[in-house]
Write a protein that binds this ligand. Structure first.
Ligand SMILES: Nc1ncnc2c1ncn2[C@@H]1O[C@H](COP(=O)(O)OP(=O)(O)OP(=O)(O)O)[C@@H](O)[C@H]1O
Length: 676
C-alpha cells in the first residue's frame, strides 16, 4: 500500500517548471526511480534525506518544512531575495547549491556579478541566513531537486585539483574560480576528424542523462536510429554547416549518478562547470592542458550508495565549434568569402589585420579570472566561451578566427612592430602613405601597443621613429628629408589639436578633394627622444574617462601623424598611428551620465564608419563612405591612392570579457568585410 508523502515542490529554472513529488513506499527497499513526474524513493531514503536536511519530529513525519523549502533550492532562495537574475552566473561560477552560499565572502561578490549595493546587501543577508540555519559548507545534499549527488566537494573550491587530490576548505577566502580544461581545444578537427561528431555529441549527452537541448535537435545532429553515415564528418562540418555548433570533443569530468535511470536534472550541475587551467599565471602561447583524475565519492553522502545501485559514469562537458558566422546572424549570406580578386601574397596586403592577445593583468588574476583565449600557429585565435543550454547544462563553444597574424601574450611590442608597422614604415620611406590602427575593447592593450609601457618596453610610436631616423641618417644627410609630427584627437565628433592646448580644428576638403586641417600644429623632430617628448605632451591632453568596463578609458581617438617632407615642403611620405577609443557595447554604458552615453554612441558610430571604409577599400569598391565620421574624413587621404593599412585588434583574455573579445574579433575579421 502506498503512502504518498505530501511534499510537493515547484522548482523553476530558466522558465522551466519542474514538479517533484516524493512518494514513500513502506517496506520496500528499491532505489530511486522516476515515474512520470514522480520521483519514487524508499522509506529509508526519505528518512535519510529528512535527517540530512535537519528535520525532526513532526517535520520528519510530514517531510516538509519552511527550512527545507528555503534551503533546498538555490534558485528559489535567490528569487526570494530578488537575486534570481544572478542565478545563471552563480551556477556558471560553480555555486550551485544553497549550502555553498555560506562559504561566500564579500570578495566573491564581484566575481559572481553582484555589483550593485542593493544586490550586495541582499546577498549578504542571504548568506547570513544560510549560515544561521546551519548549512554551511558540508551539506551538499541540499539541492534544489534533492537529487542525490555523491560528488560532494564543490568543484569551485578545488585548488590545484588537476589530480583531484588537493582540495581547499570551502570556508577559505579564496575567490570562486572556475577551472577550464581545453584539452579538446588542442585537438585540431581538421587533423583528427571524428567518425561521427554528431553521434559523439548525441551519445555523450544521452549517457549523461541530460535533457536533449536545442543542439541535440539540430538537423545536423543524427537522430536515434539514424545511420551513422548520415552524420556529417567533422572535418567538413565547419564548411558545410556553418551555423551548426559542432561537437569537437569533450571535457571529461566525473560524476556518480545515483540511479541507472537518472532523472533529468533541471539544475546546473557543478560537475559540468568549466575547469580552468589558469593560463594567467603561465605565459605560454598555448593554454596548458591538464587532465583531472576522478575524485572518490564520499562515503555516506549518497543515499543510494547503500543500495548498491550507484554507478560511475564519465560525464563529458561537450565542446562545440562555432564558425565565424555561427556566433551572430549574418543575414543568410554564405559563410566563406569568395577569394578576393586582388588577393596578393602574404606581406603584400594593402590591408592586413592582426590580433594581439594580452596576458591577464594582475587584477584579473587576483579576481580569479580565467584565460579563455588560445592563440595557435600564428594565424588562429580561439575563444572558449562558456555557455549554458536551455536545460542549464554547461558546454563550451569554441570560436575560431583566422587573421594575417596572431600574437599571443608572450609577444613583445618589438615583435608586433616588426610584423605590423615596420612594413608600413618602409612603405612611407618609399613615399607612400600608411595607417596603423590599434582597435579593441577598453583595457585590451591598445595604448600599451602604441605608446609602450613605462617599464622600458617602447611602443610602436617609438619603434617606428627609431627606424625612420635610422633610415634617414643612413640614407641621406639630414636635412634631406624633414620629419614633422602632429598629434590630434577626435572626441565626440570634434577634432582637437593635442599639441596646441586642445585647439579645435576643422577638416575641410579643398578643390581637389584633399582634406585639409587649417591650423594644425606640426612639430619638426630629428630624434626619437624629441618625437617621444612631443607625444608625451600630447598624451597628457588626451580625454580619458570612466567607461562601463574600464575606470581609465580612452574616450577619444588619438591620431599621430608622422610626415616626411622635402626642404621645399613637398610631402615625401606620411604615416598615421591611430589609437582608437576603447570600444564598448551599448549595454555596458550603464552610466546615467548623458555625456558618457553620447561618448559611447559617438565612438561606436565612428568605429562602424571606419569598418565600412576598410571593407570598401578591401573590396576595392568604387565608393568609400569617408564622410560618415570625422575619423574617416581625416584619414581619407591616407586610405586612397598608394596606401597601406594595418589593423591591430587587441583582445583581453579574461572570461568576463568574452563577449567583448568576440565582438572585437568579429569586427576585425576580414571575412566579415566580404560577407556583409
Ligand atoms: N601586451 C601586454 N603586456 C602586458 N601588459 C599589458 C599588455 N597590454 C596591456 N597591458 C596592460 O593592460 C592595462 C590596460 O592596457 P591599455 O591601457 O593599453 O588598454 P587600452 O586598450 O589602451 O584601454 P583604453 O582604450 O581604455 O585606453 C595596462 O595596465 C597595460 O599595462
Amino acid at each position: 500500500m502506498r503512502k504518498v508523502l505530501e511534499e510537493r515542490r515547484v522548482v523553476r529554472s530558466s522558465g522551466m517548471r519542474w514538479e517533484a513529488r516524493k512518494v514513500r513506499e513502506a517496506g520496500r527497499s528499491e532505489p530511486l526511480r522516476r515515474q512520470g513526474d514522480l520521483l519514487l524513493c524508499t522509506e529509508t531514503e526519505m528518512e535519510k534525506e529528512t535527517e540530512t536536511l535537519g528535520l525532526s519530529g513532526r517535520e520528519k513525519e510530514e517531510g516538509r518544512t519552511d527550512k527545507q523549502d528555503m534551503t533546498s533550492c538555490l534558485y528559489e532562495c535567490l528569487r526570494e531575495m530578488g537575486l534570481q537574475r544572478h542565478h545563471a552566473r552563480f551556477t556558471s561560477m560553480g555555486v550551485c547549491r544553497v549550502a555553498q552560499l555560506s562559504t561566500l565572502t564579500l570578495a566573491d561578490y564581484p566575481v559572481l556579478g553582484v555589483h550593485e549595493t542593493e544586490d550586495r546587501t541582499r546577498l549578504f543577508h542571504l548568506v547570513q541566513l544560510v549560515k544561521s540555519v546551519g548549512h554551511d559548507g558540508g551539506d551538499d545534499q541540499l539541492h534544489c531537486d534533492t537529487t542525490y549527488d555523491v560528488d560532494s566537494v564543490p568543484e569551485s573550491w578545488v585548488v590545484g585539483g588537476d589530480t583531484g587530490q588537493s582540495t581547499e576548505s570551502p570556508n577559505s577566502s579564496t575567490p570562486v574560480r572556475r577551472r577550464l580544461d581545453f584539452s579538446c581545444a588542442a585537438v585540431d578537427p581538421h587533423l583528427e576528424p571524428f567518425e561521427s561528431p554528431s553521434e559523439a555529441l548525441y551519445q555523450s549527452r544521452r549517457s549523461s542523462g541530460d535533457h536533449l537541448s536545442d543542439i541535440d535537435h539540430h538537423p545536423y545532429t543524427r537522430a536515434p536510429g539514424e545511420s551513422s553515415e548520415s552524420s556529417v564528418p567533422r572535418k567538413h562540418l565547419s564548411a558545410q554547416s556553418p551555423r551548426t555548433p559542432v561537437c569537437a570533443g569533450s571535457v571529461s569530468t566525473h560524476k556518480l549518478f545515483p540511479s541507472p535511470n537518472p532523472r533529468p536534472n533541471p539544475r546546473p550541475n557543478p560537475n559540468l562547470n568549466l575547469r580552468h587551467t589558469i593560463a594567467g599565471s603561465k605565459r605560454g602561447n598555448k593554454t596548458n592542458i591538464k587532465k583531472r583524475l576522478p575524485r572518490a565519492a564520499k562515503p555516506g553522502k549518497c543515499g543510494v550508495e547503500n543500495s548498491g545501485t550507484c554507478r560511475q559514469m564519465t560525464k563529458p562537458t561537450p565542446v562545440y565549434y562555432s564558425d565565424r558566422a555561427a556566433g551572430y546572424y549574418n543575414y543568410g549570406l554564405p559563410l566563406h568569402s569568395p577569394p578576393s580578386p586582388n588577393k596578393k601574397n602574404a606581406g603584400e596586403h594593402r590591408i592586413s589585420v592582426c590580433v594581439r592577445k594580452r596576458c591577464l593583468t594582475h587584477a584579473e588574476d587576483k579576481r580569479g579570472e580565467a584565460d579563455v583565449v588560445t592563440t595557435q600557429s600564428g594565424e588562429c585565435v580561439m575563444v572558449h566561451q562558456s555557455k549554458e543550454a536551455v536545460d542549464l547544462t554547461h558546454y563550451i563553444l569554441q570560436h575560431r578566427f583566422y587573421f594575417d597574424q596572431v600574437f599571443g601574450e608572450e609577444s613583445s611590442n618589438e615583435e608586433v612592430y616588426q610584423t605590423t608597422a615596420f612594413p608600413l614604415v618602409l612603405h612611407m620611406l618609399n613615399g607612400g602613405k600608411a595607417t596603423c590602427f590599434a582597435y579593441g575593447q577598453t583595457g585590451a592593450g591598445k595604448t600599451h601597443t602604441m605608446l609602450g609601457s613605462s617599464g622600458g618596453s617602447p611602443g610602436l610610436y617609438a619603434l617606428a621613429a627609431r627606424d625612420i631616423f635610422t633610415h634617414l641618417y643612413a640614407t641621406y644627410t639630414l636635412p634631406a628629408l624633414l620629419v614633422y609630427v602632429s598629434f590630434l584627437e577626435i572626441y565626440c565628433g570634434q577634432i582637437y589639436d593635442l599639441l596646441d592646448h586642445r585647439k579645435r580644428l576643422f577638416a575641410r576638403e579643398d578643390g581637389k578633394g584633399v582634406v585639409q586641417m587649417a591650423g594644425l600644429r606640426e612639430f619638426p623632430v630629428d630624434t626619437v627622444e624629441s618625437l617621444m617628448e612631443v607625444i608625451c605632451r600630447g598624451t597628457e591632453e588626451r580625454t580619458q574617462g570612466v567607461s562601463g568596463v574600464n575606470p581609465v578609458s580612452s574616450r577619444s581617438h588619438a591620431l599621430l601623424q608622422i610626415q616626411l617632407r622635402s626642404p621645399e615642403q613637398q610631402l615625401a611620405g606620411r604615416m598615421w598611428f591611430v589609437d582608437l577609443a576603447g570600444s564598448e557595447r551599448a549595454v555596458d554604458s550603464r552610466e546615467p551620465d548623458r555625456q558618457t552615453r553620447i561618448e559611447g554612441a559617438e565612438i561606436n558610430q565612428s568605429l562602424l564608419a571606419l569598418k565600412e571604409c576598410i571593407r570598401s577599400l578591401d573590396q576595392e569598391k568604387s565608393h568609400t563612405p569617408f564622410r560618415q565620421s570625422k575619423l574617416t574624413q581625416v584619414l581619407k587621404d591616407s586610405f586612397v591612392g598608394n596606401s597601406k593599412t594595418c589593423m591591430i585588434a587587441n583582445i583581453s583574455p579574461g572570461h568576463l570579457a568574452t563577449e567583448h573579445t568576440l565582438n572585437t574579433l568579429r569586427y576585425a575579421d576580414r571575412q566579415v568585410y566580404f560577407l556583409i
